[in-house]
Design a protein around this ligand. Structure first.
Ligand SMILES: N[C@@H](CCC(=O)N[C@@H](CS)C(=O)NCC(=O)O)C(=O)O
Length: 330
């Protein structure tokens, strides 16, 4: 585990944007105070899935501190609160003991619930109409606009200083506008929200979190998982057939009786022994729990000659047990 928090993020994801905004508002700078890792949502890194099996971003991994175990925070709002509870110079949480703050905190909660519930529901069905067959995008656009008008009426109660609600809602309003900018700009009845979004879109705060220094991903392996080296054309064929049946280089499962695999500490040597001169080698990361769920056993057996124990997969490899594949060496 690294000594700095790691944030798994996706640049355009509104949940990840709100987390990055809060981290920045708390004075935490990527590269200095935390490592920011951009995730390809179509090929999630296995370390992200190990930290949080639901596989959504943002995920913040906190290093061990003293006697405390490392901790994973995998909800954007929880990341925001973690950051601002450490340092909140703008009192975005409205924690200062000031008249009116209790009411403002309640309003912040209500606005966030309205955003994360109904507004997000309508936003998805308007913006991604194709993914929601049967949904009428215009109906959902109208419902989202009604919510924006409600926010418009309640917003002044938060005063003229930004709050947690600004950070939590603006990335979603931005996304709603992006689906139809002229339609958003010409719609009526929520001028304060339109102006509020306009200021956000040109703000240095947004520019900063959209252009943060993204860390390149360091090689990472877990002792909990199994690894298999595959030739890219054979893996491609398996993906179209729905199952992988190669045992090792040049040998099939049927010929050997099991699929060769390695533990993380054995991987480099396996590569050297069998694949060093091969082009297009892929590393498959396999979750043994998913093999067990598919009734495929793994047996530790000695390699001929050395007697070193290796995991042998006793059947075809279901694609669903493969968490990730990537070129090897990276
Ligand atoms: N409740 C989560 C939601 C996060 C979420 O849904 N993020 C999306 C990206 S915007 C995601 O990671 N989706 C997973 C995927 O597309 O596979 C949070 O607040 O962090």
């Amino acid at each position: 585990m690294a000594d700095r928090p790691i944030l798994y993020s996706f640049r355009r994801c509104p949940y990840a944007i709100r987390a990055r905004l809060a981290l920045a508002a708390a004075g935490l700078e990527p590269g200095r105070d935390l490592e920011l890792r951009e995730v390809n949502l179509k090929a999630k890194p296995p370390e992200l899935l190990e930290a949080s099996a639901k596989g959504t971003v943002p995920v913040l991994m906190l290093p061990c501190e003293g006697m405390q175990e490392s901790r994973v925070i995998d909800q954007s709002l929880a990341v925001m609160r973690w950051a601002l509870e450490r340092h909140d110079p703008g009192d975005l949480l409205r924690q200062a003991d000031t008249p009116g703050h209790a009411a403002q905190r309640a309003l912040i909660e209500a606005l966030i619930a309205s955003n994360d519930g109904p507004f997000k529901h309508h936003l998805d069905r308007f913006k991604y109409a194709g993914r929601n067959p049967g949904a009428d995008p215009e109906e959902h656009r109208a419902a989202a606009l009604t919510i924006l008008r409600e926010w418009n009426a309640r917003w002044p109660q938060l005063g003229d200083r930004p709050s947690l609600a600004d950070l939590a809602l603006l990335p979603f309003v931005r996304q709603f506008r992006l689906a139809d900018p002229p339609g958003f700009d010409s719609a009526e009845g929520f001028m304060a929200v339109q102006a509020w979004l306009g200021r956000f879109l040109t703000s240095p705060e947004l520019a900063e979190v959209m252009a943060a220094p993204w860390a390149s991903r360091a090689a990472w392996r877990s002792p909990r998982w199994l690894y298999h080296l595959a030739l890219a054309p054979e893996w491609r064929a398996a993906r179209s057939e729905g199952v992988y049946r190669r045992s090792s280089r040049g040998l099939s499962l049927e010929e050997v009786g099991f699929i060769h695999a390695s533990h993380c500490h054995q991987l480099e040597a396996t590569h050297q022994r069998f694949y060093a001169d091969a082009a297009d080698v892929l590393l498959l990361t396999i979750d043994p729990r998913r093999l067990a769920a598919a009734d495929i056993a793994v047996v530790e057996e000695p390699a001929p000659g050395s007697g070193e124990l290796f995991p042998h997969i006793q059947g075809p490899l279901p694609l669903a047990a493969v968490l990730a594949w990537e070129p090897f060496p990276a």
